[in-house]
Write a protein that binds this ligand. Sequence first.
Ligand SMILES: [Cu+2]
Length: 328
Amino acid sequence: MTRGSLTRAARALGPLALLALAFLPLGGCSSLGDLELLNPGGDIGAQEKNLILIALGLMLLVVIPVILLTLFFAWRYRASNTKATYAPKWAHSTAIEVVVWTIPCLIVATLAVLIWRTTHSLDPYKPLESNAAPVHVEVVALNWKWLFIYPDYGVASVNHLELPTNRPVDFKITAESMMNSFFIPQLGSQIYAMAGMQTQLHLIADKPGTYAGLSASFSGPGFSDMHFAAVAAEPKDFDAWVQEAKGSRLTLDQDTYEALEKPSSKVPVTIYSSVIPGLFDSVVDKYMPAMAMPHTASNDQAMNDQAMNGQAMNSAAVRQTTAKAEEQ
Ligand SMILES: [Cu+2]
């Protein structure tokens, strides 16, 4: 083998080696089960999976031809190919312009319609249509654990979320201090948990299973251990869990809550047989003094609207709202 042919062989193998390297990280995905967003456990999750796949497919309509044509052009118009047209003065082609502008425009238009529709149909604040009555869960993001209060049953749990299957779950979410993000990828939609305000989320689990729940927003040193198991159980198993929780020796009274809200991480699952009445609202009101008035529908709606459009995320906006409320 001459030196020249060796270099040529190396040149030819280069792109192949790069291609092999590009696929290497995918070796970690042993099954679809590891890709949680693509393995939904409920209706909202399933619709979001479809949205991800449709958007991916539409974008690949551009990406794949571009990659293939790049390789083709590089090979076809290589210096050693004397048969290909050599046009150093070439500058414009109306046909190419039409293709490269029309296709992306059509894709952007299609995506825009699709996303506009799903943004409304999958609105996390929109109650789910179902024959079954929703289960209410009040979520408080603490540093660095999750507190779940079941106002209908009077029980609470830390770092464990029990849900009945085929019943919509109506979450009200707030935070004790740092902003976190409440997320059960297999059930769908993440939403922020913020002090002094209440966000909402509606999810449903179709099949029994244990889904990973986490905070999707970095919130300090205990963040990486701030996860919980969301257990979707058959309604009778869920009822059994509630009964079991009611038999717990632990109660969530004021002292217990004050101890719980102190920063700590890797807190084991804890179940409480009773909770301070109105704990969730008092956590929300604690950081929103001007809002500490009776929770009327219009009042709650105003807070939700703030949460929705993100105005209250801006502390100046919070102060303005607070000042306005004080004037009234
Ligand atoms: Cu906000």
